[in-house]
Design a protein around this ligand. Structure first.
Ligand SMILES: [Zn+2]
Length: 135
């Protein structure tokens, strides 16, 4: 399970934004609105927030997330350099063989570089493939 997806957020979002989404989702799925029953969505949202609610917890979860992506070698379709992607002034994109797209925002790249990484994984928006992107 990707806790960022549960909270309708992305890895690049800052904590304040994720918290805002969490609170909105929590209200939407609150047991009070569901006859007092804790729905599975509600429990997932709570769990996801537990993993992302502090910088320390988030760092740990990110390491887990990217570690698990690293070990899924078969899901990596190819390795690309940033200049292989199309740039529209804000976002880099690349067409997947499934006709989906790989997209990464300039801001996400800036954050990755700031953290000292030279590469990252980008997931296709419509299939399970991933590309390894050298920055
Ligand atoms: Zn695809």
């Amino acid at each position: 399970m990707d806790y960022y997806k549960v909270l309708q957020s992305s890895h690049a979002d800052d904590l304040a934004l994720i918290k805002k989404r969490y609170q909105e989702l929590l209200l939407k799925h609150h047991p009070d609105k569901n006859g007092g029953v804790e729905s599975s969505e509600f429990l997932e949202i709570r769990k996801a927030w537990n993993h992302l609610s502090t910088p320390e917890a988030r760092k740990l979860y990110d390491a887990e997330l990217f570690g698990s992506q690293l070990s899924q070698d078969s899901a990596v379709w190819c390795t690309l350099n940033l200049q292989d992607l199309r740039f529209n002034g804000e976002e880099y994109s690349y067409s997947c063989k499934c006709s989906g797209n790989y997209e990464i925002h300039q801001e996400e790249i800036d954050i990755i570089l700031q953290e000292g990484d030279k590469s990252c994984f980008v997931s296709c928006d419509s299939c399970s493939l991933t590309i390894l992107l050298n920055l």
